[in-house]
Each structure stands twice: as structure tokens, then as C-alpha cells.
Design a protein around this ligand. Structure first.
Ligand code: NAD
Length: 504
């Protein structure tokens, strides 16, 4: 793809080129594309080919303040637009996502490196959460009750005001959609701070929202990294912050935003365990585990990272390795996000090998013909990993599966539950009783039974436990309605003749 075709539209390129000739990404404030006041810029890479495709500004607190001003101004009229009208914007937006799915997927593929089919699945999920947002008016009618003769109590769900959403690199379109449609249908206005590594998909989101009829100022984008995030946490007019990214940064953002008395929900990293029993269906377990460890090149918070083999499961491991070898970088496996990520993942594998792990499938040193500068790591399966090894404990975020051998389900649960994370856990067995035993005891927010990537589909909400999340509730589904609204309780009496009691 050329640089020109990368641009989601002329807004990205018109008169806006960085000094090295690549398109300069603009902020989006009050329905207009505006240059940041940044003095520092970062390259945006196409990781499949290792080439720079754009430059992104590291926006400043002033840029955030401009966006907050626009959002705050827009809130007055957006929050008083009837919810059914607000939802209509998202019915139109959903149609636009469907119409543009190929171009949107191409953009995700280009800036993130995942395969086209994975990119298109990401847009399908964005469409699904938008669909949920369209149903919100049916879910949020208030409550009303005559509590004494002539006295009525009523509860209304009200938007918070300006909210901010900070997102990671691994799902440039889906993760922003976890918050945008629900928060806006509920009457909030928003500032999105996308990952500086994948800023381009958000530009198309803004354009399509405008095309769907979203008023200017309701949705704004400020690009950048740490400085912009700090300014978001500190800004007195921002009422709530959502964050999705690593646990290290989730903790920083949660602590800073809540210390400024904001509502915050911060989703962090993961280390997901799959417990595999000898009675598991061999084909189903092997293919599910291979897809879970390597899908999106292992760069998803739901990826299988540790397989705990309970007893004799060599037949499943053998089949799993066959499946893993069918996953070919550059063909049905995308790149990882950066050169640094490739080096980090390969370092984890090499260290584990030195510490005594057996490399069954080795994805190090991969080169893809015609894309020699791309950042590829092939699927990697390591056996006889011990629980004390670094690779068994830390988030690798690459297509690497560590196999740990234990004798009992309780030993497996002990390992799973010793992880500080708690995003997802899975069990592969044909015994309902064993599955139930593990479901009840696994300390994770999302559990799979014979499913390697147990992402709940809408309307079921998404969210982990432990150090995979900070704050209350989940980020999508009905839980998000709680997060993005506050309750107003009104007590009314109109009839002066109505019988009096202690509350009237
Ligand atoms: P990251 O934490 O590096 O970045 C996330 C966001 O935080 C980005 O917008 C980035 O600009 C900003 N940021 C980075 N450093 C910062 C700092 N010091 N102060 C303030 N803001 C900062 O995460 P990433 O590498 O983009 O994404 C990968 C991580 O996200 C993995 O750990 C993955 O598990 C996690 N993730 C979690 C979920 C989930 O649902 N729990 C979903 C997707 C990704």
C-alpha cells in the first residue's frame, strides 16, 4: 500500500505532512482536524513491512484542554437530546461500519500488522457493540413509584459529562468501540486518546461518526502518550476515565484519575491459563489452544499463555504442535507490533530455553519473503516450563505457549490462582463435574470450557479480575451503563390535599 492510499481520507493528508514526508496525524476537536501543539512526534509504522507510514504528535495538556472545552460545550445540547434520537445516530453509524468494513479492516491490518481476517473480525466486534448501544434506550427507562399517598419517587439515569477513553495498540478499532457507542448513547461527550502506535483507525471512526450525524464536539480525539494521559487524569472537567492497556500503566492511570476524584475503570494485562485434562477431545482442544495462543499473533489480553497439562496429555500436545506448525508467519499469522516487541518475545523464549524448557515449536528468527523488514515471530511451544520461570509468570504478549506439567487439578488451580492477573482461564475436558470444579475455583473474570478465547459476546460484559482490572464493574454490556451514568432521585408531591405522613 502506498502512503497516499493509507490516508483514511483527504483530511489526514491535506497540507499536513511531517518533515520526513509522511502524513502527519491530526487531532480531531469540535468536528475539525487540527494540528497539535506538540513539539515531539513519533513514527507510525506498518509492522508487516517495517516501514514508517505516518507521524503522530505527542499532544500536550493545551491540546487536551482544547478538546475538553469542545466536549464540555457540546455536552449541554447532546445530553438533553432524547436518548432515542442519540441512539439513531448509532443505527446509522452501524450501517456505515458495515458498508466500510473492508477499508476499515485494511487500515487495522496496515497499522497493527494483524491478518486481514483478524482485522475484519475486529470490525465485526465493533459492529456488535454498536448494536448493543442501539438497544440501550430499551434498557434504561427510569423507575417510578407512589411511595406515600400523593408522593412519587422517581429515578432517572443521567450522563456524567465529559469522559475520556485511553486505548492500547492491539485492537485499534474494537477497544475504542468498547466505550464510544455506549458512553455517547448515554449522553456523555468523549475524548479518545488512541495508542500512539495505531492512531489511524480512530480517524476513520471520527469521520464515520460525523457522517452518521453526530454533532460536532461530542466526540474528539487527542493523539499522544504519557503527557496527554496525565493531562486527561488531571483535567477538572473530565468526569470519568476508562483505560485499556498494560497493568503497569493501568495502575498509574487509576491512581492518578481517582486521586483527582474521577470515576475510573482501568483494564490491565493478562496471563491466561488453560487447564487440559487427558479426557479432553483431542482435535477440539488442540485446534482451540493453537488458535488461542497465536491469534492476533498472541497480542491479545485473552490469548492462551500457559497450558497446564494435568496427567498424561502427550497426545494433545503432539496434535497441538502439528496445528501450530500450520500457522505460517506472513500467511495466516500477522506480525507483532514493533521491532522491540519481536526482540522482547524472542528474549523470553531464549531465556526459558536456557532455564531448562524444551522448545517443541520454535518461532524465533522468522523472515517473511518480500517482507524482510517486517516484525514476525512464529508460533512457539515450550514444554517442561516450571512455575518459577519468568516466562510462566510474566505477560509475553506474543505467540508463545508455555506448557507446565502437573499431576492433579488442584495443583493446576494453585498455579492459575497464584498469578496476579485474572483475565481469562479455560478448561479442556469432557467431564462436566471437573469443569464445574474448575469454574468455581479459578480466579479469573472470564472462563472458557473447551473454548480457548472465552470473550463474552454482547450483551454479556467484558472484564477480568485481580490485576487485570482496577475499578468496579466491566467495560461493556449492562455494566458500562452503570459506569457511564449517575442516578437522579426525585421526590414529588402535587396535591396539597393528599394525606400527610412523616415524609410529606
Ligand atoms: P500500554 O499500557 O503501553 O499503553 C496503553 C495506553 O496507555 C496507550 O494509549 C499509551 O499511550 C498510554 N501510556 C503508555 N505509557 C503510559 C504512561 N507511562 N503514562 C500514561 N499513559 C501511558 O499498553 P499497550 O502496549 O498499548 O497494549 C498492550 C497491553 O494492553 C497488554 O498488557 C494487554 O494485555 C493489554 N490489554 C488489555 C485488555 C483488557 O481487556 N484487559 C485489552 C487489550 C489490551
Amino acid at each position: 500500500m502506498t502512503h497516499q492510499s493509507l490516508a483514511p481520507s483527504k483530511t489526514l493528508t491535506a497540507g499536513t505532512r511531517s518533515s520526513n514526508g509522511t502524513p502527519l496525524v491530526l487531532n480531531y476537536i469540535n468536528g475539525k482536524w487540527v494540528g497539535s501543539r506538540a513539539t515531539n512526534f513519533l513514527p507510525v509504522m506498518n509492522p508487516s513491512i517495517g516501514q514508517q507510514i505516518a507521524s503522530v504528535p505527542l499532544s500536550t495538556a493545551h491540546d487536551v484542554d482544547d478538546a475538553v472545552g469542545a466536549s464540555d460545550h457540546a455536552f449541554a445540547s447532546w445530553s438533553t437530546t432524547p436518548i432515542k434520537e442519540r441512539a439513531q445516530v448509532f443505527y446509522r453509524y452501524k450501517t456505515l461500519l458495515e458498508k466500510n468494513i473492508d477499508a476499515l479492516s485494511a487500515l487495522v491490518h496496515e497499522e497493527n500488522g494483524k491478518t486481514m481476517s483478524e482485522a475484519s473480525a475486529e470490525i465485526e466486534k465493533a459492529i456488535e457493540v454498536t448494536e448493543f448501544a442501539c438497544s440501550i434506550p430499551q434498557l434504561v427507562p427510569g423507575e417510578i413509584l407512589e411511595v406515600s399517598r400523593g408522593v412519587e419517587c422517581r429515578i432517572d439515569r443521567c450522563p456524567l459529562g465529559v469522559v475520556a477513553s485511553i486505548t492500547p495498540f492491539n485492537f485499534p478499532s474494537m477497544v475504542p468501540h468498547w466505550t464510544i457507542p455506549n458512553a455517547l448513547v448515554l449522553g456523555n461527550t468523549m475524548i479518545l486518546k488512541p495508542s500512539q502506535q495505531v492512531p489511524l483507525s480512530s480517524l476513520r471512526i471520527a469521520e464515520l461518526l460525523k457522517e452518521a450525524g453526530l454533532p460536532d464536539g461530542v466526540f474528539n480525539i487527542v493523539h499522544g502518550a504519557q503527557e496527554a494521559v496525565k493531562a486527561i487524569c488531571d483535567h477538572p472537567l473530565i468526569q470519568a476515565v476508562t483505560f485499556v492497556g498494560s497493568t503497569r500503566v493501568a495502575k498509574i492511570v487509576y491512581a492518578r484519575a481517582t486521586s483527582r476524584l474521577k470515576r475510573a475503570l482501568c483494564l490491565g494485562g493478562a496471563k491466561n491459563h488453560l487447564i487440559v485434562l487427558p479426557d479432553a477431545n483431542e482435535g477440539m482442544a488442540a485446534s482451540n489452544i493453537a488458535v488461542s495462543m497465536s491469534g492476533c499473533t498472541g497480542q491479545r489480553c485473552m490469548a492462551a499463555s500457559v497450558m497446564i497439562a494435568v496427567g498424561e496429555v502427550d497426545h494433545i500436545i503432539g496434535r497441538l504442535c502439528e496445528e501450530a506448525k500450520k500457522i505460517i508467519p506472513g500467511k495466516n499469522l500477522g506480525s507483532v507490533i514493533s521491532k522491540e516487541a519481536k526482540e522482547r518475545i524472542e528474549r523470553y523464549i531464549t531465556e526459558a530455553e536456557h532455564d531448562g524448557a524444551t522448545v517443541l515449536v520454535d518461532g524465533r528468527g522468522v523472515k517473511v519473503e518480500g517482507k524482510e523488514e517486517g516484525y514476525y515471530v512464529g508460533p512457539t511451544v515450550l514444554d517442561y516450563v516450571r512455575p518459577d520461570m519468568k516466562i510462566a509468570q510474566e505477560e509475553v504478549f506474543g505467540p508463545v505457549l508455555s506448557i507446565l506439567r502437573v499431576k492433579t487439578v488442584d495443583e493446576a488451580l494453585k498455579i492459575q490462582n497464584s498469578s496476579p492477573y485474572g483475565n481469562a482461564a479455560s478448561v479442556f475436558t469432557q467431564s462436566g463435574r471437573t469443569a464445574r470444579y474448575i469454574i468455581e475455583r479459578a480466579s479469573a473474570g472470564m472462563i472458557g470450557v473447551n473454548i480457548g478465547v472465552p470473550v463474552p459476546r454482547e450483551p454479556f460484559s467484558f472484564g477480568g479480575w485481580n490485576e487485570s482490572i482496577f475499578g468496579t464493574g466491566d467495560i461493556t454490556g449492562k455494566s458500562s451503563i452503570e459506569f457511564f451514568t449517575k442516578l437522579k432521585k426525585t421526590t414529588t408531591k402535587w396535591d396539597p390535599e393528599a394525606k400527610k405522613n412523616w415524609m410529606s
